[in-house]
Structure formats: structure tokens, C-alpha cells
Design a protein around this ligand. Structure first.
Ligand code: MN3
Length: 194
């Protein structure tokens, strides 16, 4: 298994029911995520030196990579899609593994976990179109919440991702249709650390 392989899910497709349904999770992982990964690797095959880096480092160095401009966009989209989903799968699970250090920092930054979740949810609901909501640590180790469009990665901004929620319609449409707010609220039931 190398860095560019599809990482195995640490739960079954139905493990996050009823909040995330099995059908959506299976399609999301086996079709969407797989396609991002395959397209990412296909571009990198033109630049074998990049395959020696980690996918995360490629996104960190995105703006300085010695690649054709059209390929830089493809790397941003497909590489971002690959890494973003890896993070997304990893922050979820039905077994809580509360991160006390993170909770403390969230409370210091946002006032309370409830206020933090409210701001995160508002950001998710208010984001226009496809994208992701992020909790990151910025270059000054401050917690920040923001959304980014498409498959853009906080790594490219020099930030460290901590939590993320996929708000592309493919992540929720089968179960929630246009009810993004309900999807966002329910998602907290399957976040491990908070
Ligand atoms: Mn997705």
C-alpha cells in the first residue's frame, strides 16, 4: 500500500447509518473517491518525481510545482479530491474518541463546543455550490473555520486540516436531497473527536 492507493475505510458502508446512509457512502467511496484518486495518479505519471512526494506535500507545494498550468489545475482538483476525502473518512466513526486537547482549544477560541458547531454549520449551510467546510489550524496555530470551493485544500494555504465536512451534493443528496442543513446537523453524530 502506498500513499497514492485508495486508503481502506475503517468501517462498513452501513456503519454510519442512519446519519450517513450506506448507499451514499458506498458510491461516494467506490466511485467519487476512486475517480479522484485515479485521475490524480494519471496526471502524476507525467511527472514521476512527484510520485516520490506525499499527496499532502504536493498540495502544500501546489503553486510552486514545475508542471504545466493545465496540469496544476488538475492536480488541485483531483489531488485535492483524493486528500480531502481521506481526511473526511478519517474523522468519522460511530465510536467517540473525544479529543480533550482539541475541545479545550475549541472552547478557548469559539466560546463553547456548541458555539463552534453553530458557526461551522452556518458556514456549511451558507456555502454556495460545491465545496468543503474546514476546521484548521492556521500558520499561527490559531483555529479557523472556513469553507473552500470545489476540492481546494487548506494545505495549499499553509493550514493544517483538523475536521472537514464534504458539502458536495454527492455526499448527501440520496438521503437528504436539498436539505443540506439536516445533513450538516446529523453529521456531528458520526464525528469522532468532538
Ligand atoms: Mn465527496
Amino acid at each position: 500500500m502506498n500513499n497514492f492507493d485508495l486508503q481502506p475505510l475503517h468501517y462498513s458502508y452501513d456503519a454510519l447509518e442512519p446519519y450517513l446512509d450506506a448507499k451514499t457512502l458506498e458510491i461516494h467511496y467506490t466511485k467519487h473517491h476512486q475517480a479522484y484518486r485515479d485521475n490524480f495518479v494519471k496526471i502524476l505519471e507525467k511527472y514521476p518525481a512527484l510520485l516520490k512526494k506525499t499527496p499532502e506535500d504536493i498540495l502544500r507545494e501546489l503553486n510552486n510545482l514545475k508542471v504545466e498550468e493545465t496540469d496544476r489545475i488538475k492536480i488541485k482538483n483531483h489531488g485535492g479530491g483524493f486528500v480531502n476525502h481521506n481526511i473526511f473518512w478519517s474523522v468519522m466513526g460511530l465510536k467517540k474518541e473525544i479529543d480533550e486537547k482539541l475541545i479545550k482549544k475549541i472552547t478557548e477560541t469559539f466560546g463553547s463546543v456548541e458555539q463552534f458547531k453553530q458557526l461551522f454549520n452556518q458556514t456549511a449551510i451558507g456555502h454556495f455550490g460545491s465545496g468543503w467546510v474546514w476546521l484548521v489550524e492556521d500558520e499561527k496555530n490559531q483555529l479557523k473555520i472556513y469553507s473552500l470551493p470545489n476540492q481546494d485544500s487548506p494545505l495549499t494555504l499553509g493550514h493544517t486540516p483538523i475536521l472537514t465536512l464534504d458539502i458536495w451534493e454527492h455526499a448527501y443528496y440520496l438521503k437528504y436531497q436539498n436539505r443540506r442543513a439536516e445533513y450538516v446537523e446529523n453529521w456531528w453524530n458520526v464525528v469522532k473527536t468532538v
